[in-house]
Write a protein that binds this ligand. Sequence first.
Ligand SMILES: NC(=O)c1ccc[n+]([C@@H]2O[C@H](COP(=O)([O-])OP(=O)(O)OC[C@H]3O[C@@H](n4cnc5c(N)ncnc54)[C@H](OP(=O)(O)O)[C@@H]3O)[C@@H](O)[C@H]2O)c1
Length: 332
Amino acid sequence: MEYVTLGNTGTTVSRLCFGTWRFAKRHGDTVETDREEAHDLLDTAWEQGINFIDTANVYGDPNGTSEEWIGEWLADHDREDFVVASKVYFPFDGWGEPGPNDSGLGRKHIRAQIEGTLERLGTDYLDLYYIHRWDENTPIEETMRTLTELVEEGKVHYLGASSMAAWQLTKALWTSDVEGLERFDVTQPMVNAVQYDEVSDYLDVCADQDLAVCPYSPLAGGFLTGKYERTGDGGFEAPDGSRGSLDEMFDEYYVTERAWDVLETVESVAEEVDATPAQVSLRWLMEQDEFTCVPIVGARTPAQLEENVGAVEIDLTDEQFERIDAARSSDD
Ligand SMILES: NC(=O)c1ccc[n+]([C@@H]2O[C@H](COP(=O)([O-])OP(=O)(O)OC[C@H]3O[C@@H](n4cnc5c(N)ncnc54)[C@H](OP(=O)(O)O)[C@@H]3O)[C@@H](O)[C@H]2O)c1
């Protein structure tokens, strides 16, 4: 494993972060990753040198289960070995129905959620706390002030921002600067070799402001591994049990004409460098030169995770890098 300084922070992380969104994720009677599998995946991540773990208060059914399972696992490890990130914003259902203040970025919700998150993770601080989305109903100054208090109280080390418009990210940074508050150091947009142009303004802000970028869904939910087969009728065949076979949103999110074009190029580069499409897709992100880029991989099995970590070992030439870029924009 290689390690990198996370943007402007003084924290060092592995070149890949491990994401735990699918822990306790239910599809009817099927649980995508159960407790034992979750702990096996965390073991593999750690054995592979990954020290950076991503979760959110709302991950798992019921919400909070992902944090809880990580907390159980962390209890048998040295907390100081890990950089742990969580998030706040979405309605938190816990074991019941969310109430009117159980979502958003107001002081009341953030202060309640950080306590639940720390308790479930069994820790007294988070290395990184993201706002999961932008809250149109709360002045950003209240949010940044509340988050600043958490930093001052030692409950959170650094602040992060996930999906939002470039102007919202800019406004939050500006508010921090003029009000003398803590600012975001890390971002978490959806970025992969297919979906990049949609967030290029956001990424320009990250580059300009030296914010680290931790892309989520770096493999487009598994599409960029090449395991989905195109069928003649314009559809696709998904392997049994894969996300594409379980998740209704998969098609709409990830399977576009552009995605097939990018995949074809990624597969040809993979053959040239004797790697897999997943490794090439991750390497393409890690080699972004405008900002520190630490993809959040979301493997389902230890074997997938080991394969993905292999991205650290490969190199792409400028020509290969540009060919993947060109495939993405070829139908514009
Ligand atoms: N901030 C946000 O709003 C947000 C949103 C989404 C995710 N995230 C974070 O980002 C993390 C990663 O997102 P993601 O799970 O969408 O990432 P992804 O890397 O795009 O997709 C991961 C999925 O692809 C499949 N896969 C991964 N490696 C594979 C391999 N080598 N061979 C075959 N299949 C492979 C697995 O699914 P199957 O085997 O089931 O097909 C796996 O669950 C999440 O865990 C979460 O921490 C954040």
